[in-house]
Design a protein around this ligand. Structure first.
Ligand SMILES: NC(=O)c1ccc[n+]([C@@H]2O[C@H](COP(=O)([O-])OP(=O)(O)OC[C@H]3O[C@@H](n4cnc5c(N)ncnc54)[C@H](OP(=O)(O)O)[C@@H]3O)[C@@H](O)[C@H]2O)c1
Length: 284
């Protein structure tokens, strides 16, 4: 879709049918930055976040921000409500939002562990709800948000959600909500695994005799550079790996360890299984 087409579709958000962002912290703030960058009219976005009460809102110029729902203009009818608050505060926010879903707003929640059934209980069986899981590279427009919509979300609204989440990365739809736990374990939590891998590589370099600062720099740039090569998408990860592995060379010596029976593959599987299980527990 061309930038112009995207912009004309995003013009569905107007001052009469605004986009309401509830929670403008790390992830809400990243989304808002993406929307404004994509050309959404700032006057068509309203932000609710207690930080505004302390002058701490990260809302960009032109976007009206209020500390709580009571501060919103009376009688507004949002086209969509994006919920970017922590799951722990979700219960208390729900009753105040029902008036908007009753007036036809679609809910797009990015909260971990709050499934479609939770929103059905809060807003009623007919309310259109989309649940999505972004990840931290959203801050630089490099996320891979994944989403699932209930049966009440029409095609135009699905497309709007796709466009909104697409402003922070490459959006994908899921066919089944049950996949959300594994998505959370792979892409939601995944950036932390890569950060930890970088820490491990840096400390292993230091243990091999490098000055720690140099080792940190080498590890960081190696992970970032390898990620950029992967992102080019010309070669699969295994092909890129094989291309740098000469028989009996240094990389092969390291991969013999990493790919051994108790190596990284087994550990990663255990890690993703643990995160999937935890996501399932948190959803209950
Ligand atoms: N960060 C991630 O990597 C990530 C990834 C995937 C999904 N998510 C999901 O995104 C959501 C937000 O996470 P986050 O990391 O952005 O959290 P965050 O930085 O703490 O942002 C949440 C914001 O919501 C505000 N808030 C609290 N209660 C509110 C209310 N009743 N109405 C409006 N705003 C309220 C908070 O203000 P106070 O600080 O004053 O309470 C804070 O500014 C979570 O549900 C999380 O599961 C996050």
């Amino acid at each position: 879709m061309s930038g112009e087409d995207r912009l004309s579709k995003l013009a569905a958000f107007t001052t009469e049918r605004p986009l309401l962002l509830v929670g403008c912290g790390r992830m809400g703030g990243a989304l808002l930055k993406g929307w404004i960058g994509a050309g959404i009219d700032p006057a068509a976005v309203l932000v609710v976040d207690p930080a505004t009460a302390n002058g701490g809102s990260s809302a960009p110029e032109g976007v009206a921000a209020v500390a709580d729902l009571a501060g919103l203009p009376e009688g507004i009818t949002p086209r969509m409500i994006v919920l970017a608050i922590k799951p722990q505060v979700m219960d208390e926010a729900m009753p105040g939002l029902k008036t908007f879903t009753d007036r036809g707003a679609t809910v797009l929640s990015i909260a971990a562990g709050k499934g479609l059934a939770y929103f059905k209980a809060a807003f009623g069986a007919e309310a259109p709800v989309i649940r999505a899981m972004p990840n931290t590279p959203a801050a630089i427009g490099q996320a891979i948000p994944a989403g699932i919509a209930n049966a009440h979300v029409d095609a135009a609204t699905r497309e709007l959600a796709e466009l909104l989440l697409g402003t922070v990365g490459a959006f994908v739809w899921l066919d089944e909500e049950k996949h959300m736990d594994a998505v959370t374990a792979v892409s939601g939590s995944g950036p932390a695994y890569v950060f930890y891998l970088t820490e491990c590589l840096a400390s292993a370099g230091a243990a091999a005799g490098l000055p720690p600062e140099l080792s940190h720099k080498l590890a960081l740039h190696t992970v970032a550079g390898a990620g950029a090569l992967l992102a080019e998408g010309d070669l699969a990860p295994a092909e890129l790996r094989e291309a740098v592995t000469s028989p009996a060379g240094t990389t092969a010596a390291a991969l013999d360890v990493l790919m051994s029976e108790k190596g990284l593959s087994v550990l990663m599987r255990k890690a993703v299984t643990a995160a999937t299980k935890r996501s399932r527990e948190l959803s209950r």
